[in-house]
Design a protein. Structure first.
Length: 336
């Protein structure tokens, strides 16, 4: 459950890019409390920025609830679209980028609208990842961040816990998806009907993701999205069943039919996929990588990795490092 949502406010931002997502989120919270007749603590939704007052496009000033330096923990960060050149809106100020990096490392999800994708990109959080942004900024974004896999033909992308929507309208689809992960599919559908009664394309059918589901089971796609966001955690079958509105037995049957594997094995595959990235690109030792991937201990990690990859983590690291850093003798010797 969300405990804190942070709305990042910047000069020359498009305030409308935050207004609808926040209204949708507030509706989901109210409906969740009504349906469950619960008095659970309401999530804190607050505005924050570098200064106590910012000036969005249009000229009216908005006073912040808090400064970013005062917020050391949050669950979801919403980044608005910026008008014209994001660099001129202070999007690359080091204090903002460092704050985003720290909060993301601690587990916060990030949702960007339009050119808001510029911020996690400048912070290095999207290096090597798939990302989208507003079509007017595609060329500038590509030039500024050549290391990012820009998806020009997609309005939505997901890279781990970073979700990007190319426009304000596609941001509504993105928020519906996030509401489904947090509050369940029934509440997500209710919010969708209230804010957009026309038929919309489900998030999972439009988002670009390297491992996007190839099936039409929306509840299982929702479960997959949750696993991708919480891949460092242990498997919680009861939470997944609640998310899909099914019993645990029904969940297992449906998930296997849709993906060809069980949720537990699917989660292990995600953990090992991220482990391979760290083994290839970092000097972290095996124990550290095991902890980062959410394994109980290094022996469990080694055993699982061998089952998934056919080699131990240490053997895999030697193999990929040899390929990455081996010298081509035909070039050094001058022969063709």
């Amino acid at each position: 459950m969300l405990k804190r949502v942070s709305l990042l406010m910047l000069d020359q931002m498009l305030f409308s890019s935050l207004a609808m997502p926040v209204e949708m989120l507030e509706t989901a919270i109210a409906r969740h409390r009504a349906v469950n007749r619960s008095q659970t603590v309401r999530p804190v939704i607050e505005t924050l920025g570098l200064e106590k007052r910012v000036t969005p496009l249009g000229g009216f000033g908005i006073r912040q609830d808090r400064l970013i330096s005062e917020v050391t923990a949050t669950d979801l960060i919403l980044i608005p679209a910026l008008w014209r050149n994001p660099r001129k809106s202070g999007a690359e100020q080091r204090e903002i980028l460092d704050w985003l990096t720290s909060r993301h490392a601690e587990g916060a999800a990030i949702m960007t609208i339009g050119t808001g994708a510029w911020l996690p990109a400048a912070a290095g959080l999207l290096d090597g990842q798939a990302t989208t942004t507003h079509w007017h900024a595609l060329d500038a974004f590509s030039q500024r961040f050549p290391q990012i896999r820009l998806q020009r033909d997609h309005l939505l992308t997901q890279s781990g816990r970073i979700y990007c929507a190319a426009s304000i309208n596609s941001g509504a689809d993105l928020m519906i998806h996030l509401i489904g992960i947090v509050f369940g599919v029934d509440i997500a559908r209710a919010v969708e009907q209230q804010f957009s009664p026309e038929v919309r394309n489900p998030f999972e059918k439009r988002v670009f993701r390297a491992d996007a589901p190839s099936h039409a089971d929306e509840e299982m796609a929702l479960v997959q999205g949750y696993l991708h966001q919480h891949w460092q955690s242990s498997l919680d079958s009861s939470r997944l069943a609640e998310l899909a509105g099914l019993s645990e037995r029904q969940l297992l049957r449906r998930f296997r039919k849709a993906t060809g594997t069980a949720p537990g094995l699917y989660l292990q595959q995600l953990k090992c996929r991220h482990a391979r990235e760290w083994l290839q690109s970092s000097d972290l030792d095996i124990t550290e990588i095991a902890q980062l991937c959410g394994f109980a201990d290094s022996s469990h990690f080694v055993r699982t990795f061998r089952q998934q990859s056919g080699v131990t983590p240490g053997q895999y690291r030697k193999q990929v490092r040899a390929k990455l850093f081996s010298v081509d003798k035909t070039q050094t010797d001058g022969h063709s």
